[in-house]
Design a protein around this ligand. Structure first.
Ligand code: ATP
Ligand code: MG
Ligand code: FE
Length: 332
């Protein structure tokens, strides 16, 4: 059984082929055009998807040594994401399915981030908790089966990835700044500067206040010493990262305690963060958790996670028809 999956929700055009439950190819074209604008420009993202989608799909098929005739279904990201970007992948998948007479499978991008854990071994056991941290979302998800999951906590304002990227922008680092904060943080002192953690009810998060605290702190320091950022970049990045990771882990700890679940996973672009990975492993040892961290390749946006999510839907006969449209906002 061969599934072709297409991801186009933001600034990665990606295609993957899954054969008999195994990922055989995962091609990702990251759009570099946005770097010069300091963030993703939606209209440019749509155009870049249009340019990339054909060669990316072609390469995914070639890499997997699968031809169009061998396909059994076409899967695509329906949402959430940028509407114009999603439209490119959705239209492409629909046309291909129509032309080849194949069934279509719609996939929720955030569920796919979680299901990236089922691409490789070891796989989490049900029920497990997943902290999904990305450019647009921050969620704690309780997963009872591949097709049954529930958001039990989430951000009430900004996503943690956005907090990384916006803080990086204040530090004059290019977009996306998250990976660069991570890089400098490795050389700095995580408690050089301390910031008060936000108090949020239940399992919810907030990152807009802490982002503003970072901004006021930097403005004040720069007034006193115009070279403050250049001279202390490593300590600033380490302290910012330490603060953001602490906010995440505090709530994850609470969720594990309340649910009694000790199978704990992380997913999404920010799960590539080395500070989060290390602190989670330490906390897991302390609290007797079994911790699951995806390979870097499956943290940020990729179509392999769409393919594995589609695999479970295929097994469950969960298909959609040609009237399907993408959705910028999409619940589970
Ligand atoms: P969503 O999945 O919510 O729709 P998205 O698809 O844009 O958003 P991802 O591609 O999953 O998000 O993740 C991108 C985010 O991950 C960016 O904010 C980026 O800065 C962040 N990120 C990637 N690597 C790291 C890292 N090493 N440290 C911190 N943040 C990182
Ligand atoms: Mg991206
Ligand atoms: Fe994503």
């Amino acid at each position: 059984m061969n599934i072709l999956a297409i991801e186009s929700s933001c600034d990665e055009t990606s295609a993957s082929v899954l054969s008999n439950g195994k990922i055989c190819s995962n091609v990702v074209a990251t759009q570099l055009i946005h770097t010069q604008y300091g963030g993703v420009v939606p209209e440019l993202a749509s155009r870049a998807h249009q340019q990339h989608i054909l060669p990316v799909v072609d390469k995914a098929l070639t890499d997997a040594k699968v031809t169009k005739k061998d396909l059994d279904a076409i899967a695509f990201t329906k949402g959430p994401g940028l509407l114009g970007a999603l439209l490119v992948g959705t239209s492409f998948a629909k046309s291909m399915a129509l032309g080849l007479g194949l069934p279509l499978i719609e996939v929720n991008h955030m569920q796919a981030h979680v299901l990236a854990h089922f691409i490789q071994d070891p796989k989490p056991e049900f029920p497990f908790l997943c902290l999904t941290v990305s450019g647009g979302h921050t969620q704690i998800v309780k997963i009872t089966s591949p097709l049954e999951m529930e958001v039990i906590g989430q951000t009430r304002d900004d996503a943690v990835g956005e907090a990384f990227d916006k803080t990086a922008k204040l530090l004059d680092l290019p977009y996306p700044g998250g990976p660069l904060i991570d890089k400098y943080a490795k050389l700095g002192d995580p408690v050089a500067y301390t910031f008060p953690l936000p108090e949020m009810p239940e399992l919810d998060f907030s990152f807009s206040g802490i982002k503003t605290s970072f901004m006021y702190f930097l403005q004040k320091q720069v007034r006193e010493n115009p070279n403050f950022i250049q001279e202390n970049i490593a300590d600033i990045c380490a302290s910012v990262q330490h603060t953001l990771v602490n906010i995440l882990l505090k709530k994850l700890k609470k969720a594990a305690k309340e649910t009694g679940i000790k199978e704990i996973a992380i997913a999404g672009g920010v799960s590539a963060n080395s500070g989060l990975r290390t602190s989670l492993l330490e906390l897991g040892q302390q609290l007797n958790w079994k911790v699951y961290i995806p390979d870097f390749e499956y943290c940020t946006d990729n179509a392999a996670m769409i393919a594995i999510a589609a695999h479970y839907k295929y097994l469950n006969d969960d298909f959609c028809d040609q009237t399907v449209s993408p959705m910028a906002r999409m619940e589970f």
